[in-house]
Design a binder for this molecule. Structure first.
Ligand code: FUL
Length: 483
């Protein structure tokens, strides 16, 4: 009798201990989710483009392909100046136009005469791709490659022989210049060109001509993990404009079946993506610091101001994308003083506006958190740790979090981040502040994604509330910051 009693007591004690420590499982991912490379790219936030070729010396935007190699003659080229400037301005990657539409190669490709090897630069012994990739490495930047598929110089453009030429050049770039993290495939094809002297218009079928799958497989064999940018991915998609504007609604997901580089009329779709997209292909926001992509002295006074760059930051990074800002070297081969100054000003403005998170370690509470487990509590939103997150129970979509600042202060920006490793979920949300003894709405928006920054009319408050209204599944957020 006694033993029976003791054993049932033991059973009861261990059962209740089990109940208490029962693990609350994390939410299941909402597919698709980003690859490791895509996640790293999201976290970069700002990358830089460097447009440089014969255009810099002929004052053009699109070279015809017939320019003499002798025009390419930078007098003081210094790729370390580019890399140092970019590093100081917070950029993480430098992507160089190794070959633009004119077909002129910044490296001594053995497959063409239209290259730096026949220019006066370093008496034909120069290699700008080498200098740029080494400078990037020296300053801790990733290196990316732009190789224009459209080549207005090549006689074979439009035939299968050109595809082989193009692939051979990719092999050179991916074999001799260290690690390449991003490959930029430009969809432009304006038709006419020099084409080895034919001077005619050539149109290709963008859906089939380049046979991208074979090319991408080839590159991935040489360097696995390269992120491929094109209008349609597969790694990153074009944002649909060159003004620095990601969609107000910006899904990282899209269904690429009928998309291809150079296909027109899909700009709106590329800009917003689609909630039910089958692939994770986030939009990259490419825009130039000047009106043109290449340097023109006539644009020296048209360099975007720090404020304009900051606004672009808000409409790109602040809408869940990564910014790819172009800074074109001048005829000396240096970033122009005006561009450098503007970048410095941008960096200072960024620091001034978004450098001091008022919600850091602030008390955060939620109307619901998963299994009432500390692991998923709202405190994770203000702990500054990108690995922890607030998550609700599976059936709870509408939920609110409240951030208590303990004292009244001026709030100008609300920054939110989803834990995108588990997919992009939120479809709409509002933000309220506590004022005059009531909650007052200050913002309403749709998607969040990797990062969303909302600029509001400055308000004085001590409490901020975020209400998730609609989502694909239970919301999972890693960060709420206030500035
Ligand atoms: C476009 C090109 O035609 C421009 O010259 C520039 O390179 C831009 C980034 O992409 O498609």
């Amino acid at each position: 009798m006694k033993t029976n009693f003791i054993s049932s007591l033991l059973l009861f004690v261990s059962a209740s201990a089990f109940a208490q420590t029962k693990k609350v499982l994390p939410p299941k991912p909402v597919y698709p989710v980003p690859s490791a490379q895509q996640l790293a790219w999201h976290e970069m936030e700002t990358n830089a483009f460097v447009h440089f070729t014969t255009n810099t010396f002929t004052d053009k935007e699109w070279g015809y392909g017939d320019e003499k190699e002798s025009v390419f003659n930078p007098s003081q080229l210094n790729a370390k100046q580019w890399a140092k400037t970019l590093k100081n301005a917070g950029f993480k990657t430098m992507i160089l136009t190794c070959k633009h539409h004119d077909g002129f190669c910044l490296w001594p490709s053995k497959y063409t005469e239209h290259s730096v090897k026949n220019s006066p630069y370093k008496n034909g012994k120069g290699d700008v791709v080498k200098e740029a990739s080494e400078a990037a490495k020296k300053y801790g930047l990733h290196f990316g490659v732009y190789l224009s598929p459209w080549d207005r110089n090549q006689a074979t453009y439009g035939t299968p022989a050109y595809i082989e030429y193009y692939r051979n050049q990719l092999k050179e770039l991916f074999t001799h210049y260290g690690k390449v993290t991003e490959m930029w495939f430009d969809g432009a094809n304006g038709g006419d060109g020099y084409y080895g002297g034919k001077r005619e218009a050539r149109k290709i079928n963008g859906a089939t001509y380049y046979d991208w799958p074979t090319t991408l497989k080839m590159i991935s064999k040489i360097q696995p993990g390269v992120l491929f940018f094109s209008d349609a991915g597969p790694g990153l998609r074009w944002v649909g404009n060159e003004r620095g504007m990601a969609g107000e609604t910006n899904w990282n997901t899209i269904t690429p079946d009928t998309l291809f580089a150079g296909k027109g009329g899909i700009e709106d779709l590329l800009n917003t993506g689609s909630a039910d997209g089958t692939k994770w292909i986030p939009a990259e926001v490419d825009v130039s610091i000047r009106p043109g992509w290449f340097y023109h002295s006539s644009e020296d006074d048209k360099v975007k101001t720090p404020q304009q760059l900051f606004d672009i930051y808000l409409s790109s990074v602040g809408r869940g994308s990564t910014l790819l800002l172009n800074i074109p070297p001048d005829r000396r081969g240096l970033f122009h003083e005006n561009d450098v100054k503007s970048l410095e000003g941008f960096q200072q403005l960024l620091h001034k506006e978004l450098g001091n998170n008022l919600a850091k370690n602030a008390n955060a509470t939620a109307t619901n958190y998963r299994g009432k487990s500390k692991q998923f509590a709202a405190a994770n939103l203000t702990d500054g740790n990108k690995k922890t997150y607030w998550a609700t129970d599976d059936n709870v979509i509408k939920a609110s979090v409240e951030i208590d600042l303990k004292k009244t202060t001026t709030v100008k920006y609300i920054l939110l981040q989803e834990y995108i490793q588990l997919g992009q979920r939120v479809k709409s949300f509002t933000v309220e502040i506590w004022k005059d003894d009531e909650w007052q709405q200050v913002a309403a928006a749709t998607t969040i994604g990797y990062k969303r920054i909302l600029k509001i009319e400055p308000v004085i408050t001590n409490k901020v509330r975020v209400n998730i209204l609609e989502a694909k599944a239970s919301p999972v957020l890693t960060n709420v910051a206030l500035y």
